[in-house]
Design a binder for this molecule. Structure first.
Ligand code: PLP
Length: 412
């Protein structure tokens, strides 16, 4: 079969790249990647001129599935192409991708600077594993101002770790400016790009050395697979990550999840457009509501970093957070009255989800840390899905009605 032309447009890469018919099996011409379940592969013989090191997984040479698997490699090629990175690795979770990369970047005695408003699991990993157990000194800073990052960097800083926009306050950092600070200090910049997906933001093009994803979210997009990815153009980072992934830790995305992810990514561009359209409508509706004290969405003019958002990203995504009037009991009444929005952790799937960070995802953080981060008791995080927006808005009205009925505050 002739090679396909080499497309560069995002929508085309998302549908076909990495899955060309058919590196693994020229007999069938499968249009989609088969799910290669084999744990091991027949080798040509012991006396071949090829050593195991010479086997090239990208050419269909496979040895053992922890090391290389055709379905996993197909999705790795696709995610790499979408992020503009030469080397991509798929893991069994976003947490595993981040852990493997951070482990590859630091050693005991090193220093890490991280955004203070991170996904709570990543913050706990940096504090309770790297800082507390592995002798890595971690400082958290408000990276909305790059001067805070510059002030925190020391001669021992090996890694700067950012997430933008952050979970759940939708704060942002200027990736180009942070990359310059990191590189001046000979440190690597790693960025969690889960919230925007490569459709709206490509951190490698802005100077990051590595990009991580929880593919569980937008890349897979259907709330039916847990996975992660790490992408880089740096050959040294790639070698270290590959060694730790396949030999040191042994954490890989399973073939079935690799297939689901390949399938999910095909519709990423259309999903992201609709997520954003709905999120903007929901944000505007909430901003005008008397029972909402504040809305955090980078697409709103009122977002303090709206200008940076417009420059750094090509869209604003599908996640927002908002602060309800009243107290935690009012917020519970609101959330429990919703019928269309599901009360659940996670985000980035086609269905709309809501959660209360103070009582769910960020509950493990000490109350004073939550307060410092602006995670109030009535802050609600919404992952806006692709349903009809009028149904989503009508459901929010149902929530507000329930709040007013049982109000512990002076309802209007
Ligand atoms: N990064 C972000 C921004 C997240 O929201 C999450 C999970 O919610 C993760 C990383 C961790 O990913 P996973 O749950 O796939 O391990």
């Amino acid at each position: 079969m002739e090679d396909r032309a080499d497309p560069t447009r995002f929508e085309t890469l998302a549908v076909t790249h990495g899955e060309e018919p058919t590196p693994g099996d020229p007999m069938t011409g499968d249009v989609v990647s088969p799910i290669h379940l084999a744990s091991t592969y027949a080798l040509p013989g012991l006396d071949t001129e090829m050593s195991l090191e010479d086997l090239d997984p990208s050419q269909g040479d496979f040895v053992y599935s922890r090391l290389s698997n055709p379905t996993r490699h197909a999705v790795e090629r696709r995610i790499g192409a979408l992020e503009g990175g030469e080397h991509a690795y798929a893991f069994s979770s976003g947490t595993a991708a981040i852990f493997t990369f951070v482990l590859s970047a630091v050693e005991p005695g090193d220093h890490v600077v991280a955004f203070d408003d991170l996904y709570a699991g990543t913050r706990r990993m940096l504090e309770d594993v790297f800082d507390a157990r592995l002798g890595v000194d971690v400082d958290f800073v408000d990276a909305t101002d790059v001067d805070n990052v510059a002030a925190a960097v020391t001669e021992d800083t090996a890694l700067v770790w950012m997430e933008t926009p952050t979970n759940p306050r939708m704060n942002m950092c200027d990736l180009q400016a942070v990359a310059a600070v990191a590189h001046d200090a000979d440190a690597l910049l790693g960025v969690d790009n889960t919230f925007m997906s490569p459709y709206f933001q490509t951190p490698l093009a802005l100077g990051a050395d590595a990009v991580a994803h929880s593919t569980t979210k937008y890349l897979n997009g259907h709330s039916d697979s847990v996975g992660g990815a790490l992408v880089t153009n740096d050959a040294t980072v790639a070698d270290e990550v590959e060694f730790l992934q396949t030999v040191g830790i042994g954490d890989v995305l399973a073939p079935f999840d690799s297939y689901l992810l390949l399938r999910g990514i095909k519709t990423l561009p259309m999903r992201m457009e609709r997520h954003q359209e709905n999120a903007m409508a929901v944000a505007e509706f909430l901003e005008g509501h008397e029972l909402v004290d504040a809305v955090h969405y980078p697409g709103l003019d009122s977002h303090p970093q709206h200008e940076l958002a417009a420059e750094q990203m090509s869209g604003y995504g599908g996640v927002l957070s908002f602060e309800l009037a009243g107290g935690i009991e009012d917020a519970k009444r609101f959330l429990e009255a919703l019928e269309e929005w599901t009360l659940a952790e996670s985000l980035g799937g086609v269905e709309s989800l809501v959660e209360l960070p103070a009582g769910m995802t960020h509950e493990p953080l000490p109350a004073e840390e939550r307060e410092a981060l602006g995670i109030t008791d009535t802050l609600v995080r919404a992952s806006v899905g692709v349903e009809h927006v009028d149904d989503l808005l009508a459901d929010l009205e149902r929530g507000f009605d329930a709040m007013i009925e049982g109000a512990e505050f002076d309802a209007p």
